[in-house]
Design a protein around this ligand. Structure first.
Ligand code: SAM
Length: 275
């Protein structure tokens, strides 16, 4: 018998491959009742809730204007804010983060927005209609330590640009004020195990005192870490999203820095340990 030529070999392989394809098709048709289909158009990906919240066209112009300096997309992603979360936001103020948090957590989530009695009269007209429109925001007017929510009901506690009023009290001197220790106790009680305590603050140079840094409306990062970890939290991550090497960290930013939201801020993520 003559050896088969390479051409005849190739033809044999093609015939074998065609036969295998026919068998596979028959098996699929028998199993599913329909011939295999071409893949359809890819499913539309879920929109990113943080990107959607930041892009929300109903956000006021004065808040959008601050995004370049505040980078809310990076901050919310860093803290893992997600649909369905329950968050206690202290010193919510005029609502920059309240609106974003509310949008990201969505209808299954819940925000408690704390403001002090002292500041409420000047905030009320702006934020009451906002809270009503958002639908998932509960106002709490009082001291941040006094919110009596269910224990272990919160996924996160947000403390944004208010720690400089919390780390110093002239009557207490160079120790963490008792009212802030009480707030940390409340935060620990409210948080689920593993829940996040988010602190974003105008940074003061490490080594400066409480009195000096509070005078600049700032707080030293290391002091903040020591204060918070001494009261039952663990530091788990830090973001450099809001660094500014041109800021010497020794100034009252409102007067010294030409651009709003250009102060260097530390962005610290603490958690309530699981056990
Ligand atoms: C700088 S704003 C920050 C607001 C909000 N957390 C944000 O990131 O946009 C501080 C808010 O805390 C309140 N506040 C200002 N000074 C305070 C103080 N000494 N003690 C308590 N609350 C104060 C006011 O309601 C003010 O709107």
């Amino acid at each position: 018998m003559p050896e088969p030529t390479p051409n005849r070999n190739a033809r044999g392989l093609i015939v074998l491959a065609a036969a295998i394809a026919v068998v596979i098709t028959l098996v699929l048709v028998t199993r599913t009742g329909t011939p295999p289909q071409e893949a359809g158009p890819a499913a539309t990906p879920e929109p990113d809730p943080i990107a959607a919240a930041v892009a929300d066209p109903s956000r006021p112009e004065d808040e959008r204007a601050r995004d370049a300096g505040r980078k809310p997309d990076r901050i919310l992603a860093f803290y893992g804010v997600a649909p369905g979360m329950h968050i206690y936001e202290i010193a919510a103020g005029s609502g920059y983060y309240t609106r974003l948090l509310s949008h990201v957590v969505g209808p299954e989530g819940h925000i408690v927005a704390q403001n002090s009695e002292r500041f409420w009269p000047r905030l009320k007209d702006r934020v009451e209609p906002l809270y009503a429109a958002l639908g998932n925001v509960e106002p709490f007017i009082g001291d941040p330590a006094d919110y009596a929510g269910e224990p272990e009901s919160m996924d996160a506690v947000f403390v944004v640009l208010i720690w400089h009023h919390m780390h110093y009290d002239p009557d207490a001197g160079e120790v963490l004020p008792a009212r802030t220790v009480r707030f940390l106790d409340t935060a620990r009680r409210l948080l689920k195990p593993g829940g996040t305590l988010a602190i974003v603050e105008h940074e003061a140079a490490d080594g400066t005192t409480r009195a000096e840094s509070a005078g600049w409306h700032r707080a030293p990062k290391q002091m903040t870490i020591e204060d918070v970890t001494a009261h039952g939290f663990a530091l788990v991550a830090e973001s450099d999203a809001l660094t500014n090497p041109d800021d010497d960290l020794r100034n009252y930013w409102r007067e010294a820095l030409p651009k709003r939201d250009s102060s260097q801020r530390f962005v610290l993520k603490f958690v309530k340990p699981a056990a």
